[in-house]
Design a binder for this molecule. Structure first.
Ligand code: AMP
Length: 439
């Protein structure tokens, strides 16, 4: 599976300010849709992207467009824009504009959003000054077209985002009306989470010889897996991992770490605790990798500790559990990792050790998979606010176990100490950590 053909953004040849902005944002690796879409878009192709929010699709279309704007600087057209992005809702439109701003970094482009429910004045002024990027919901843009304060004759790039939702909201006529105002020579980007016949027909009408890129809906893979997240202090992760292996059903476990050295250290810690484990990563020779894989396949080692890159292309059936010793930087990698324990339509189990620093990564995973992952709190009793004694308290006090209901809104572990809600009906809890970390 070629989910991560590129390990970083440098291979795309993006303009320097964009690479600087990516570094600033902390985007290290392209997500699958970025890896697939950006090269084709840089070549000027039209594109159909079948992808949901959370896959990194905004950067997938914004980066190549921004690159082209940077390579061909010209004055922003008065009353119009060089790039038109249509989106179904004001929230999405605002988010897209925000992403364009973040990703454009030092290019200092003129970017504005136009949506309904707010006064027209500021939008008309922004249009009047001329824009590089205009992100709009179709209804309000039509108002501005009718009032002749918007002109779309200078549009070079058209992006239609979440087309299925736009059609659900009855925007088909406004879209057609808007497209009639555009120059015929333009690059078209068309994104939809689903591609039923009517949407494909619309794409056929608007696009010219598009390439098609689809990313597996994360939610589908995530549905097949029983997840749990264990909140744990970073310094306690190794003990926690060893404790997990008290569960005899964890017989063939893939443990993921972020770094090669981390993989070595974790494998060593497991070995020392009596759990047979080996690490595989890019610094290992081919022979070492093959021996490690052979031992794991043959059941001689219970744990294979790997980095994302090393685990690519490994084909091992019946992995009982995936343990994320560290959460991945890119949410898609979570789906890729857990896919290892849910092969060929089977279910599997995924346990993620999450420390305080990783909360944002966890939230990104929950957004992407559309799952509120069940959480167990195994940190010290001092709670998330860093109390000066937290480190010591964490060692002394018995850890509390808090099981959150599956459908609770995004929450962190602030309810430590409150009675644990009952698990959601039907939510089996195979992993029940004991109350103390065994030392
Ligand atoms: P989107 O699908 O465009 O809504 O993006 C989902 C989230 O992923 C947003 O919060 C982005 O900031 C983030 N994101 C997009 N691409 C990357 C990347 N390559 N690395 C890390 N985060 C990313």
């Amino acid at each position: 599976m070629k989910d991560f053909p590129l390990d970083n953004f440098h291979g795309f040849g993006l303009a320097a300010p964009l690479n600087a902005a990516l570094a600033e944002l902390g985007y290290r690796r392209p997500t699958p849709i970025q890896a697939q879409a950006i090269p084709a878009l840089m070549k000027g192709r039209d594109l159909i992207g079948i992808a949901q929010t959370g896959t990194g699709k905004t950067a997938a279309f914004a980066l190549p467009i921004l690159h082209k704007l940077a390579a061909d600087r010209r004055p922003a057209p008065k009353g119009g824009a060089r790039v038109l992005v249509l989106a179904p809702t004001r929230e999405l439109a605002s988010q897209i504009a925000e992403s364009f701003r973040d990703l454009s970094g030092a290019l200092s482009l003129k970017i504005a959003v136009v949506f309904g429910g707010v006064p027209h004045g500021a939008q008309i002024r922004a249009l009047g000054q001329g824009l590089d990027v205009l992100v709009a919901t179709p209804g309000r843009l039509i108002d501005h077209l009718d009032a002749r304060v918007a002109h779309l004759g200078a549009v070079e790039f058209l992006v239609l985002d979440e087309v299925d939702q736009m059609l659900d909201l009855g925007f088909i006529k406004p879209i057609r009306r808007i497209v009639r105002e555009l120059p015929t020579r333009r690059q078209n980007l068309f994104f939809s989470a689903t591609m039923p016949a009517n949407i494909r027909a619309l794409a056929g009408e608007l696009l010219s010889d598009p390439i098609e890129v689809a990313v597996t809906p994360a939610a589908k893979t995530a549905d097949r897996v029983e997840h749990s997240v264990v909140f744990v202090d970073a310094t306690k992760k190794r003990d926690m991992l060893v404790e997990l292996f008290n569960d005899a059903t964890m017989s063939r476990v893939l443990v993921f770490t972020r770094t090669k050295r981390g993989a070595d250290r974790v494998a060593k810690a497991l070995d020392e605790a009596g759990v047979d484990a080996t690490a595989i990563h890019g610094n290992k020779s081919q022979g070492q990798r093959e021996r490690a894989l052979g031992a794991f396949r043959g059941g001689k080692t219970r744990a294979l500790v790997a980095t994302d890159i090393a685990a690519r292309g490994i084909d091992i059936d019946s992995v009982t559990h995936v343990v994320n010793f560290e959460l991945p930087e890119v949410a898609e990698a979570y789906v890729h990792r857990i896919g290892r324990t849910a092969r060929a339509g089977n279910g599997g189990r995924a346990i993620s050790l999450c420390d305080h620093e990783e909360r944002d990564l966890l939230r990104a995973i929950e957004r992407l998979t559309r799952h509120n992952l069940p959480k167990i709190d195994r940190r010290g009793a001092a709670g998330p606010k860093p109390a000066p004694t937290e480190g010591r308290a964490a060692v002394r006090a018995p850890a509390q176990v808090v099981q959150r209901p599956h459908h609770s809104p995004h929450r962190d572990a602030r309810s430590v100490g409150k009675p644990a809600p009952r698990p959601h009906a039907g939510q089996r809890q195979r992993f029940r950590p004991t109350r103390r970390v065994e030392r």
